[in-house]
Design a protein around this ligand. Structure first.
Ligand code: GDP
Length: 320
């Protein structure tokens, strides 16, 4: 079993490769819900949706979100009705939000709702929200505090970031199965997702971070930072706002209390060499995922690194 902690963009690309290399029944995905929002009165969970769609073979690869080939008639109609349309929702995507909102209103948990939708879409991997209680990523900016989607989608991440907090995380319990999955697996992978606003909210649930420290599983991360910059999106400014260098060293620092292995891009070879002198295990491969083959190659490389590392320390006890 491989357990993956993930957000929705870099994470979904990585999961797309993994599903080519690992049987879906062997995958458990623990997904960020800090970006969740109420949109037109519906409960939308962007990262859960992207991970569900990618595993169902439905994700739009062009947009990186939503359902491939979707139409946007409802969005247009909502615009005509004077409703906000900055967060785009396709018609097929909308069906998922309608069903999830209905199930939640009937008293189902987010985990139950997620499992039901995934099963209906033919997904055989196990998708777990990080928590069934609400954890909200809040970005402090000069114009006030914004939700993640307001900061990222509505305002194109142009505002200077003064603070990041995860409202509700300190009191949140992991969703059922999350801690067991981390404790009982052989390996945990952190996808090349934003360390602050995609992996950060998951780690902000205290029992999840503790499980990562306690597990005997090998914990490996793929760096979303390549050559001193994020491949896409605001990971750089968000890392800086938390006092982290925008580098593979910054990624290692964000995960320092539980990370066993960092997988970085070939162009970070010399930075990797430096990190190794500080005692961090680092492996290099091509981590830029443009094509289906890039994704599968990265997944194969990561699976091979973790099986070699696991074999090397077989029988040993994890160093704290
Ligand atoms: P979000 O939920 O939409 O924020 O998505 P994620 O956090 O899963 O993905 C965003 C991160 O993915 C960014 O920090 C990017 O640097 C990283 N990313 C996107 N594409 C790639 C890629 O091809 N390779 C690597 N290594 N990172 C990537």
């Amino acid at each position: 079993m491989i357990v993956v902690l993930t957000g929705g963009t870099g994470g979904a690309k990585f999961v797309d490769g993994l599903r080519e290399v690992v049987a879906p029944e062997e995958l458990t995905l623990i997904v960020n819900t800090g970006d969740d929002l109420l949109w037109w009165g519906l409960y939308v969970s962007p990262d859960l949706d992207s991970i569900t769609y990618v595993l169902a073979g439905l994700l739009s690869k062009e947009r990186g979100w939503g359902v491939k080939g979707d139409t946007f008639f409802c969005l247009q109609a909502m615009g005509h009705l004077g409703q906000p349309i900055w967060f785009q929702v396709g018609d097929r995507d909308l069906a998922v939000h309608l069903l999830r909102s209905r199930l939640l209103a009937e008293g189902k948990t987010l985990s139950e709702t997620t499992a039901q939708i995934a099963a209906r879409l033919g997904v055989n991997a196990r998708i777990l929200p990080m928590s069934d209680s609400r954890v909200e990523t809040r970005i402090g900016t000069p114009i006030g505090e914004l939700s993640f989607e307001e900061y990222f989608v509505q305002r194109w991440y142009q505002d200077p970031v003064q603070s990041v907090r995860f409202a509700g995380a300190a009191e949140a319990e992991p969703a059922p199965g999350v801690v067991d999955a981390i404790m009982l697996t052989d390996s945990v992978l952190l996808a090349p997702s934003n360390p602050i606003t995609s992996i950060g909210p998951i780690l902000a649930v205290p029992a999840i971070r503790q499980a990562l420290r306690d597990t005997k599983a090998l914990v490996a991360a793929v760096s979303p930072i390549v050559g001193g910059a994020p491949v896409a999106g605001p990971a750089g400014v968000l890392m800086e706002s938390q006092g982290l260098p925008v580098s593979i060293a910054g990624v290692a620092q964000a995960y320092r209390d539980f990370l066993d292995l960092l997988v970085v891009d070939l162009r970070d070879e010399s930075a990797a060499e430096h990190l190794r002198t500080l005692g961090v295990r680092v492996q290099c491969t091509n981590t830029i995922m443009r094509t289906a083959e890039d994704k599968a190659q990265l997944a194969r490389a990561v699976v091979s690194f973790i099986s070699k590392e696991s074999a090397a320390r077989a029988g040993g006890v994890k160093q704290q």
